[in-house]
Write a protein that binds this ligand. Structure first.
Ligand SMILES: *Cc1c(COP(=O)(O)O)cnc(C)c1O
Length: 352
């Protein structure tokens, strides 16, 4: 059992069946196929939007291409210091933007607040030649710490960003997990809150590889079609992506998959919390658990071949603890995690 990430799981059978079905017949290439067209319509329905929508195969491509579209090479892009675009994309955003400066902002629990954003933005004077020019606020929902921005927090950040003339990008690799955890509609948690561009990830929520880039103001997508083609991210057989997205959205399948992942995280969190020496780093609000495991527990899990992702303690209260005391771990549950798996894990964790 390996709960290190939600991309370790395969894909939902419903999505795989749709892919098999999509292999039949002829279709227009390059995203102009019937399935991609229907998927764009379905997404706009789900989001009550009139967005310009593009599909790509990775979240890194989605983020980097979206950021490139709303920035210039001499722009500043603000994000949390731990953001995926800052720490886990090998410089793809810097590369595809032509060198925009990613400015990481500290904040508790993986979240930026308005004061932190304000302080960061004030470091760069508008119109002053030596400074990069503030252009984008990039947020992650779910955050890199497994926490959530409440709708009010999202709204306040977006309002301040827009006041400053920034566009707002949302890295929604786990947007579905956030959506089912929060009280709000897809529209309320995106464009109605002030998100200009959403990178909506299906991959970690049951697809094999599919991410949507949604420009809620179609004008923002001007000439994006060349940017994405030039970067080599337009699939000849676009139905590969359209089929997955359509099946993912059909009858709220995406929400069911995310609910399963979140429910399993809640069960795991509840069980782990009762074990002596286990300490949670942040509240478990979606499908990720960041937790200190004492050495004895670490050994029991290792002996049972139960794997998690060892995580950096930097910025946590666990910083400075010795390796022999235990390990800081990330568990991520997915649509494929079952109650039996959680039971097994907890049985091993509590055995002596
Ligand atoms: C997984 C993930 C992505 C997408 O990563 P790819 O591996 O490129 O698909 C983007 N943002 C966050 C927060 C993620 O966890």
């Amino acid at each position: 059992m390996n709960l290190g990430s939600d991309n370790l799981a395969g894909a939902s059978p419903k999505i795989m069946a749709a892919l098999v079905e999509a292999a039949h017949g002829t279709q227009n290439p390059y995203g102009q196929d019937d399935l991609s067209t229907a998927a764009r319509t379905a997404l706009n329905q789900a989001f009550e939007a009139h967005a310009e929508i593009f599909f790509v195969g990775t979240g890194t491509a989605a983020n980097a291409l979206a950021l490139a579209q709303i920035s210039k090479p001499w722009s500043a892009i603000f994000c949390h210091a731990t953001a995926h675009i800052n720490e886990a994309e090998a410089g793809a955003p810097e590369s595809l933007t032509g060198g925009a400066k990613i400015v990481g902002i500290e904040g508790a629990g993986g979240k930026i607040d308005v004061a932190g954003l304000k302080a960061a933005a004030n470091r760069f004077r508008k119109g002053w030649q030596p400074h990069v020019q503030p252009a984008v606020l990039s947020l992650s929902q779910v955050t890199e710490c497994g926490t959530l921005y409440q709708p009010g927090e999202l709204g306040a950040l977006c309002a301040f960003a827009h006041e400053q003339g920034l566009k707002v990008h949302l890295d929604g690799a786990r947007f579905a997990n956030a959506l089912v955890a929060l009280d709000g509609t897809p529209a309320e948690l995106s464009w109605k809150a002030g998100i200009d561009v959403l990178c909506l990830g299906a991959t970690k929520d049951g697809a094999m590889a599919c991410e949507a880039i949604m420009f809620f103001d179609p004008a923002l997508a001007d000439e994006f079609t060349w940017r994405i083609k030039r970067a080599g991210h337009v699939l000849s057989k676009g139905r590969l992506l359209g089929a997955q997205m359509l099946a993912w959205l059909d009858q709220d399948h995406w929400l069911d998959l995310a609910r399963q992942a979140n429910a399993m995280a809640a069960q795991l969190q509840a069980g782990l919390s009762e074990i002596e020496g286990v300490e949670l780093a942040w509240p478990v609000e979606a499908n990720e658990i960041f937790v200190w495991l004492p050495a004895a527990l670490q050994q029991r899990l290792r002996a049972a071949n139960i794997t998690y992702a060892p995580w950096s303690t930097s910025g946590t209260s666990f910083n400075g603890r010795l390796p022999q005391e235990g390990v800081f771990a990330r568990f991520v549950t997915s649509f494929a995690t079952t109650p039996d798996m959680i039971k097994t894990l907890l049985r091993v964790a509590t055995s002596s």
